[in-house]
Design a protein around this ligand. Structure first.
Ligand SMILES: Cc1cc2nc3c(=O)[nH]c(=O)nc-3n(C[C@H](O)[C@H](O)[C@H](O)COP(=O)(O)OP(=O)(O)OC[C@H]3O[C@@H](n4cnc5c(N)ncnc54)[C@H](O)[C@@H]3O)c2cc1C
Length: 377
């Protein structure tokens, strides 16, 4: 059996960024992805510009070629009260379908072995080597293991991670669409966050004249409504901006992409010697974005330390210690604030108060924008 220096479970932004950086540094890397590229994911597809210099340094030129620059923000309350402001740092819109596929190809070009349709189902560690088994009973081995399998997966149960056993209240739904004539004008460079009772949805442009509409709500809201269609008709569409989107757009998927059991509970950065990265290490609420930037940034921090370790400049313990302290410095507080603000937005009353007060007091606008973006890395 071939021995890899690093194995990565999960080919989202965290897994692929690690793979590219490690391969560029000459390391022998294998990455497992249970799906086949390209594929859609439930995600609002707004990426903060804090990632731009880093992605450009990797050679991710698809951003120049296809993405849409997003510089304006609109927040609406469930009743349709509106707040607008420029985004200082801003971001860009591109589908995960395109972006992840591009990164996967880039990883391959740099020498990463990528196994698609390969679901890792068991992990054993012996004598500083990890032994992995896939659903097809294939076996693989590596010295270092990165778990970047996203917010919640079979392996969380396999590893008996605490959060897996606590039920989570949130569901996510996503569409790609083309708009006809919206009643409420939505400029190309705008990202809108539309609130509704017990949820909110992001609406912004992606490549090829398409829009992404992705919302987060609660299981309870869905249960009360019966099904997704009724939820959208009876609850989401009370917000006139969302009603406008549903009535005046052409939906490009046969059916919505839906995920459930989304949890923002704190997680651990390590399970034994397994190094967790991206959402597997901790997920920020979409409201307080931005998970994609965090997935990419945390992968950068992790792989830089793994490279130092593999080049025998630091021990494995030191590698873990550095990753932990840099992760805490960059993300711990952001995740905590995200969890608190998330509560605020469930309530129609409080979100109405927030939009009205931010219109009156500009400093609130500043705080909102600051909390949803990190620093350029
Ligand atoms: C409703 C919603 C809206 C969002 N909107 C935004 C947004 O607009 N902007 C933003 O920045 N962030 C947003 N996020 C967050 C963002 O999507 C995540 O933070 C980001 O995708 C995390 O990347 P990741 O690489 O950690 O995980 P993922 O992108 O989830 O990748 C994990 C991969 O692991 C694979 N996998 C899982 N288990 C296995 C296994 N056993 N074997 C092999 N492969 C496996 C999965 O198939 C998947 O491809 C949103 C999230 C939600 C839920």
């Amino acid at each position: 059996m071939e021995l890899y220096e690093v194995a990565i479970i999960g080919g989202g932004l965290a897994g692929l960024t690690n793979a590219i950086l490690l391969a560029k540094a000459g390391k022998k890397v294998i990455l497992f992805e249970k799906n086949q590229y390209p594929f859609h994911r439930v995600c609002g597809e707004y990426i903060s510009n804090e990632t731009l210099p880093f992605l450009e340094s990797l050679g991710v030129d698809i951003i120049q070629q296809k993405s849409i620059s997003l510089t304006q923000f609109r927040l609406t309350s469930p009743k349709g009260t509106t707040l607008e402001m420029p985004l200082d740092l801003g971001g860009f819109g591109i589908s995960r379908y395109e972006l992840d596929f591009f990164l996967m190809e880039l990883a391959k070009k740099n020498g990463v072995t990528i196994l698609e349709k390969t679901n890792i189902t068991s992990i054993k560690e012996k004598n500083n080597t990890f032994f992995l088994t896939s659903n097809a009973h294939q076996k693989y081995q590596a010295n270092i293991l990165i778990a970047a399998y996203g917010k919640r997966a079979n392996l969380d149960q396999y590893l008996r991670r605490d959060f897996f056993y606590k039920r989570s209240a949130y569901i996510g739904v996503k569409y790609h669409l083309k708009v006809n004539h919206l009643k409420y004008e939505h400029p190309k460079e705008m990202i809108a966050l539309h609130n509704f009772s017990y949820g909110y949805g992001g609406f912004s442009r992606i490549e090829d004249d398409k829009y992404c509409f992705c919302y987060l709500s609660t299981r309870e809201n869905l249960k009360k409504s019966g099904d997704i269609l009724s939820l959208e008709k009876n609850i989401l569409s009370k917000n006139p901006y969302i009603k406008d989107i549903f009535e005046n757009s052409y939906f490009l998927f046969d059916k919505p992409k839906v995920i459930n059991e989304i949890t923002f509970a704190p997680k651990t950065l390590f399970e034994g010697n397994i190094l967790m990265c991206g959402d597997t290490a901790g997920m920020i609420t979409p409201l307080c974005g931005n998970g994609m930037a965090m997935a990419i940034h945390s992968a950068k921090i992790l792989s830089e330390n793994i490279i130092l370790h593999l080049d025998k400049k630091i021990s494995f313990e030191q590698c873990k210690q550095n990753y932990l302290s840099e992760w805490n410095k960059n993300f711990k507080q952001r995740l905590k604030i995200g969890r608190n603000i998330q509560r605020f937005f469930g309530s129609p009353f409080l979100s109405e108060v927030l939009v009205k007060s931010a219109n009156l007091f500009p400093f609130i606008k500043k705080i909102l924008v600051k909390q949803s973006h990190g620093k350029v890395f």
